[in-house]
Design a protein around this ligand. Structure first.
Ligand SMILES: C[S@@+](CC[C@H](N)C(=O)[O-])C[C@H]1O[C@@H](n2cnc3c(N)ncnc32)[C@H](O)[C@@H]1O
Length: 294
């Protein structure tokens, strides 16, 4: 009789060849934690990405297996590392004036009546939800300043939030490598950024004064009480499942003033029960319908 190796169960088989054992059970634990914490859905096809992004963390911690890493991040003592895991697994890609048609719509259709009202004492509120390192809210700020250089003296404010504290810190710093300013129209770049040491550029004080950065998880509680005239929520819902996306669009509706704007990412669509709460007003651009009041 020939002896044969015991069968390897699917959950204990290695998913990725590499320095550290990484089983399907490890992957499932990590994806469940990321889903629970941030709403982000990681299909099995992302196993290699998860491995490569977290292998650095295992090395930094001197761990030898993903099993040990999972035990650490599942433990109350591992809260700090859990945050680092989330930061490593989220995609922070962003650019100044990304999807420029949104900023043209904001400048030409949304801001003119709002800024007129602000000149007469009214307030303007815009939310950049999932702002990454700040290029999106600063693009909004420069768009406002292009129409109203004295905006900071009026009641005009931009709230910029992200789940990742490192991104929030970068936004607050407001200093970028000069080549990252490529998407900024030259006149705005000249007026609202200043050269900083080391080949960097600093956002002008007028732009910084318009933006407040805070940590906020879109699938958690939102402390804001007032409504917004426009919400930018771009290129984050794509990482959520359909029902999480639908819940998000429905939660935005009562947070937006009647006829206020919602800008979403190029591969996202308002779907589900929220469809009746918004009307399309351009490419991935929506307006809140009157019936959507809270
Ligand atoms: C690809 S960036 C998009 C940045 C910007 N909105 C843009 O379109 O250029 C996605 C951002 O969403 C953030 N994010 C992921 N899950 C989140 C959540 N549950 N709540 C808030 N922000 C989240 C990430 O930290 C990341 O900075």
């Amino acid at each position: 009789m020939t002896s044969s190796a015991p069968p390897i169960s699917r959950s204990s088989a290695n998913m990725v060849d590499g320095e550290f054992a990484f089983t399907e059970a490890d992957f499932r634990k990590i994806s469940a934690m990321v889903h629970g914490d941030a709403g982000i859905y990681l299909p099995e096809a992302k196993a290699t990405l998860v491995y490569s992004r977290l292998a650095k963390r295992l090395r930094a911690l001197g761990l030898t297996s993903f099993k040990d890493y999972c035990a650490l991040v599942a433990d109350a003592e591992g809260l700090d590392e859990r945050q680092k895991m989330l930061a490593a697994l989220t995609t922070n890609v962003t650019r100044f004036f990304r999807e420029p048609h949104h900023f043209e719509h904001l400048r030409d259709k949304v801001l003119p009546p709002l800024l007129d009202a602000a000149r007469r004492g009214g307030k303007v509120r815009i939310w950049s939800a999932a702002c990454s390192s700040g290029q999106e809210p600063f693009s909004i700020a420069m768009t406002i300043l292009s129409l109203m250089p004295e905006a900071v003296d009026r009641d005009v404010r931009i709230l910029a939030t992200d789940i990742d504290p490192n991104m929030v810190a970068e936004g607050r710093r407001g200093i970028y490598a000069t080549q990252l300013l490529d998407g900024v129209p030259p006149d705005l770049r000249k007026r609202w950024t200043t050269p900083a040491p080391g080949g960097e550029a600093r956002m002008a004080d007028e732009a910084r004064a318009l933006v407040t950065f805070n940590e906020l998880n879109l699938i958690g509680e939102w402390p804001m009480k007032g409504r917004f005239d426009a919400i930018f929520c771009r290129n984050v819902a794509i990482y959520f499942e359909d029902d999480t996306q639908a819940r998000l669009w429905s939660r935005f509706a009562p947070m937006i003033n009647p006829d206020g704007a919602l800008y979403i990412g190029h591969s996202e669509r308002v779907q589900g029960p929220a469809v009746s709460l918004f009307r399309p007003d351009g490419v991935t651009t929506y307006r809140r319908t009157a019936g959507a009041a809270a």
